[in-house]
Write a protein that binds this ligand. Structure first.
Ligand code: NAI
Ligand code: MG
Length: 357
């Protein structure tokens, strides 16, 4: 097929890791006979330097008319002294908002080749870890009104409102079931329905949505138990769907047990006619920028998610993920995942090895 991809390298190591993902994409195009129209645009600090704002209208136009957006990272000391209203990170929030991204997909996969970097006991990870957390991104206690701090009966009272409308639960549940269909067809919905009214509605709506996906095995779990099971028996999970607050915590927990931030991809997906947004979990890493030290794997795995979820190219996505695993299996490591006896490589070498694989 023929696809339009907006490419936003951003700042710091962003352009370095995105360049390697683009190399991989061009191999995918050749091998599987697709044409990818790459549409580069300024974003973040780079856009502030060229046009005064982090998410210029021209960049927005490029993104919204593309099938998907591949993004590196933004920010850095150069822009830290600017007014918060025009900081690079503001551009990211504006992009997510423009994309209507209500579902954040964060895989936590332990490559067996990197099992030594895992914090969990070897017997616990013997069967591997391959979890995808689907976190609702634009609702819940982070946005619920009323919220504030006021004086009541002579003391300060703080309050935030955990609130979900059923359409907000339904649409993220649908993303989670669709995602489960493309994976192991097991979905665990995480809530606190034994205590919270909002969670009782969450559970009801997820159970209603399940009727449309008879092939997916749905279970429910309380969030405190889920936090425990993630470290006790992570192999029990395939896809997890949960609200914004619980998902914030559980996605970091799930990611941390698998190793380096340089390995972690993410996707933010949403509305029917808006592009999915794919980016590494890490930031612009100014401490290693410009030195060919960054690990490009998080961005290359984000590209695999783009192929799988926005373009429906699962064989292509599988090929990219298999290439990453093959290169790790041969012992090649960037600094963040290096240990004695392995072969240390830089960002461009890692990207090239994955292309060759
Ligand atoms: P960071 O994720 O950029 O770096 C944290 C640590 O991890 C650093 O030691 C860095 O060298 C290392 N690291 C990160 N990515 C790596 C990779 N691919 N390979 C090897 N090592 C890697 O977070 P930090 O230092 O808190 O923030 C730096 C800048 O990035 C700030 O301006 C921050 O606002 C911005 N940021 C941007 C994000 C985004 O664009 N989505 C997300 C997080 C931070
Ligand atoms: Mg977090």
């Amino acid at each position: 097929g023929s696809y339009k991809i907006a490419v936003l390298p951003g700042d710091g190591i962003g352009p370095e890791v995105v360049a390697e993902a683009v190399k991989v994409l061009s191999i995918v195009g050749k091998k599987f006979h697709h044409s990818f129209d790459l549409r580069y645009a300024d974003f973040g600090g780079a856009a502030i330097d060229s046009s005064g704002v982090p998410f210029p209208p021209a960049t927005q136009e490029v993104c919204m008319s593309s099938d998907a957006v591949l993004f590196g990272a933004v920010g850095g000391p150069k822009w830290d002294t600017l007014d918060p209203a025009i900081r690079p990170e503001k551009g990211l929030l504006a992009l997510r908002k423009a994309a209507g991204a209500f579902a954040n997909l964060r895989p936590a996969k332990l490559f067996s080749e990197l099992a030594d970097a895992c914090y969990l006991r070897p017997d616990i990870v013997a069967n591997g870890i391959d979890i995808l957390v689907v976190r609702e991104l634009i609702g819940d206690v982070y946005f619920g009104e009323p919220s504030g701090i006021e004086v009541r009966d002579g003391e300060r009272v703080g309050f935030s409102n955990m609130i979900y409308a059923e359409h907000e639960i339904r649409r993220v549940a649908e993303v989670a079931f669709e995602t489960a269909m493309k994976r192991g067809k097991r979905l665990c919905s995480v809530d606190k329905a034994n205590v919270l009214a909002v969670s009782r509605l969450w559970r009801e709506v997820v159970t209603e949505v399940a009727k449309g996906y008879p092939e997916v095995e749905l279970s429910h779990m309380y969030v405190d138990n889920a936090a425990m099971q993630l470290v006790r028996n992570p192999a029990a999970f395939d896809v997890i769907v949960t609200g914004n607050l619980f998902g914030d915590i559980l996605s970091d927990e799930a990611a941390a047990i698998t190793g380096s931030i340089g390995m972690l991809p993410s996707a933010s997906v949403g509305g029917a006619n808006t592009p999915g947004l794919y980016e590494p979990v890490h930031g612009s890493a100014p401490d290693i920028a410009g030195q060919n030290l960054a690990n490009p794997v998080a961005t290359i795995l984000s590209l695999a998610m783009l192929l799988r979820y926005s373009l429906n190219l699962s064989a292509e996505a599988d090929a990219v993920e298999a290439a990453v695993a093959a290169v790790l299996a041969k012992g090649y490591r960037t600094g963040d995942i290096y240990r004695d006896g392995m072969k240390r490589v830089g960002c461009t070498e890692m990207g090239q090895l994955i292309c060759d694989a």
